[in-house]
Design a protein around this ligand. Structure first.
Ligand code: NAD
Length: 316
């Protein structure tokens, strides 16, 4: 299958590329950033700006993908510091991708939404079909992207589907999300012996380990359309508090110092997100099931982070 992966140089894309290649997919990676060393040689890398329709159209016309996995975005914390840029990348970028899919007849556009699509005050766990009243620029652009994709589906017949990811954790360098404190506890805890989280110990949001997130993406993308009762699905795995994550790190790095100094801006964003998601529709419609809880993820993650820190390409 031919897959165009936008935002391929980010936290998710970097881990997804080798998996797509191992499935035998032909991949065109599209990103503003230069080709990273980790990109498999089989992948064609195209530097481009998702906010310029002409660049997106040229890529789609030439490559003729069967599916577009649309990852390129400005995430929550960065989005609050440069909201105009988040608007442009997340809104114009998504519209450009959907337009290119319409013009050049792409079968499927896969959208990566987020728990940031939800706002405060919802009953927990939060289901798929609740009022979407986010308080961040990131969240509101993601809600608009979900709705725009559904518009293209019912108006133009594009197969539009996607997931609302929890905060994602992998052995990598986070891209500016408000859930980054979790990964930094592992990375800085191992590298520096200490990390001060920008949230309270009680802060609690849904998390997922990257292998589960990528498997969910591929499973939903491959699911028969007639099984899907909706376009966008919540997916869930675990909802540890920041202190529970710290305990999992402490159990694996003796003597590590993990402290908390809440940053008002990022704590407010965390407070506006769900504690836990109800993903029963995903489990029913396309058989979603997570593999990694906090303990299984921590066990798998530690050796990978050790290898990452030993990599001379990663700043010490
Ligand atoms: N990582 C998470 O925890 C998480 C959680 C929920 C949803 N998501 C969603 O998943 C997707 C991927 O997330 P990620 O963590 O890999 O993000 P990331 O910030 O690590 O990567 C985003 C990529 O998009 C690229 N990009 C930014 N502006 C661009 C532009 N104008 N043109 C082309 N490329 C551009 C960046 O260079 C980067 O490589 C996003 O849509 C995000 O909203 C991520």
């Amino acid at each position: 299958m031919k897959i165009l992966l936008t935002g391929a140089g980010g936290q998710i894309g970097t881990d997804m590329l080798p998996i797509l290649v191992s499935r035998g997919d032909e991949v065109l990676a599209f990103d503003l950033a230069p080709r990273p060393d980790t990109c498999p040689p089989e992948v064609e890398w195209l530097r481009g700006d998702i906010t310029y329709a002409a660049e997106v159209n040229t890529a789609v016309e030439r490559f003729q993908p069967d599916r577009i996995f649309h990852l390129a975005a400005i995430l929550s914390a960065v989005g609050e510091s440069v909201p105009h840029r988040a608007w442009r990348v997340n809104m114009d970028g998504t519209r450009n991708v959907l337009e290119a899919a319409r013009i050049f007849g792409v079968d499927q556009v896969f959208y990566t939404s987020t728990i940031a699509a939800f706002g405060p005050g919802l009953d927990q766990p939060v289901g798929d079909h609740v009022p979407l009243r986010p308080t961040t620029m990131y969240g509101l652009t993601k809600v608009a992207g979900e709705l725009l994709g559904e518009y293209y589906e019912h108006t133009w017949g594009i197969d539009f589907r996607g997931v609302r990811f929890p905060g994602l954790i992998n052995a990598g360098i986070p891209g500016g999300g408000t859930s980054d404190y979790a990964l930094f506890m592992y990375v800085d805890g191992m590298r520096d012996g200490r990390y001060e989280s920008f949230c309270t110990p009680e802060a609690k949001i849904p998390f997922m380990y990257m292998p589960d997130a990528i498997r969910a993406t591929l499973e939903l993308s491959d699911a028969p359309k007639e099984k899907l009762g909706q376009s966008i699905y919540n997916i869930a795995a675990m909802s540890p508090s920041a202190d529970e994550i710290a305990d999992a790190v402490r159990a694996r790095i003796p003597g590590v110092e993990l402290t908390f100094a809440p940053d008002p801006l990022r704590q407010a964003i965390l407070d506006s997100w769900p504690d836990a998601l109800d993903d029963s529709n995903a489990r029913r419609d396309w058989g979603w099931s997570h593999e990694f809880d906090l303990e299984a993820m921590s066990d798998d993650l530690m050796p990978k982070i050790r290898a990452l820190i030993g990599d001379p390409g990663v700043p010490a």
